[in-house]
Design a protein around this ligand. Sequence first.
Ligand code: FAD
Length: 459
Amino acid sequence: SFSTCSPKVCIVGSGPAAFYTAQSLIKARQDVEVDLYERLPVPFGLVRFGVAPDHPEVKNVINTFTQTAKHPRCSFYGNVNVGKDVSVKELQQAYHAVVLSYGAEGNRSMGVPGEDLAGVYSAKDFVGWYNGLPSCRELSPDLSCETAVILGQGNVALDVARVLLSPIDILKKTDITQPALEALAESQVRRVLVVGRRGPMQVACTIKELREMVNLPNTRPDMVAADFEGVTEALKDLPRPRKRLTELMLKTAVEVPGEKEKRNKASRFWGLRFFRSPIEILADPDTNRTAGIRLGVNKLEGSGEGARAVLTGEVEDVTCGLVISSIGYKSIPIDPSVPFDSRKAIVPNNMGRIEQAAGLYCSGWLKTGPTGVIATTMNNSFDTARSMVEDMDSGTLDVSTARTGSQSICALLGKRGVKPVTFSDWEKIDIVEMRRGEATGKPREKLLTVEEMLQVARK
Ligand code: FAD
């Protein structure tokens, strides 16, 4: 039968996955309308709250997202917590399709004794603190110790190490929050060890982030040359990106490139430590604060990317007052009606189609797990949009009967006392933040509480 109604799609979240899915859908079909529902009053997810303050170039994707948000067939509804303010079932009744793109807001825990001691933080919270995530505002980490141990060797671990050791003159020109800037200016942390379970050939970081560490002013790399035994011989068989990364590590570990004299003046150190797993966080018996960490010494079984770390039984204690675990983010279920694989911590899906749930899709870190850069998220979001367009074209996704869309959802929210923040409301926040930043030579000074954001949005 002939139908003039346009497909109405709802996306949960407003990070890269949400925006790239929306962009792709709008481009693929001239009739589709897309609404984004975001828990916070401000958009862009980890681009705002994850990406390091000294990586402004990465945040340029915000320009593209803004274009999408301003498209006549796209709307943003911030300050709407899906699963709480409105259920996924209710969204499904109002829209032809619902895409879950709410990321990975949970945290993988180390599962070792002492994990809850003062002085132990997750990288997720630490990053949220310096980036102004409202829920992490109260973290106020104690930086009065000399040594910090970071567990995990991915890019997030290196972001944290870099922020801990960066000269304050660099940080003060970024959009890092003022409280974090002040705390880091007073920081006593001189030495940061970035600890991994496996060896140099298994690190999860990329060369850009490692190079930033190597080139960080007023710091000196401090590696253990013995960790690199046999690495030179293995280089030739590595795929190119891994080879270049390993070469840089090797060079840093064994020769401290000709700059030794200059670097000897450096007052701060960092180093990668390999073949170590956390066994226990050790407490100072008087203060009951973190005083060290007991690491188990591992050996590798197998080789290459698939090598497994196996405890040897030997242990090593490292004195430190700060432990930051950077062993991964994790998605969490937000609505009991949505299938969830709690072992893999993702929504089970086939090319973005949520299994056994017609009309329900997913994209981004919720779909793939919390790995990869924004470009990876972009590609998997495009894949989800492609699946949706295929389903609309084939009729698997029925878009022939009209749906109420945001009209009924906003009515529902109104009844529940929830007032969404529109994209132009966000632009008011954006302007205030940029203006505040201008006063201190920063690109922006972020508003730190939801209350303040809402106040500015409703002016
Ligand atoms: P997110 O960006 O997390 O977006 C999810 C959104 O959903 C958030 O806005 C959240 O508030 C919202 N949400 C959550 N729950 C709900 C709910 N119940 N209702 C409504 N909304 C909800 N990539 C790079 O390319 N370069 C980098 O330098 C870089 N740095 C990074 C640094 C860190 C610390 C981290 C963690 C990641 C970094 N990445 C970087 C990776 C990049 O951030 C991710 O690939 C990308 O953000 C994943 O997108 P997403 O949309 O799936 O998730």
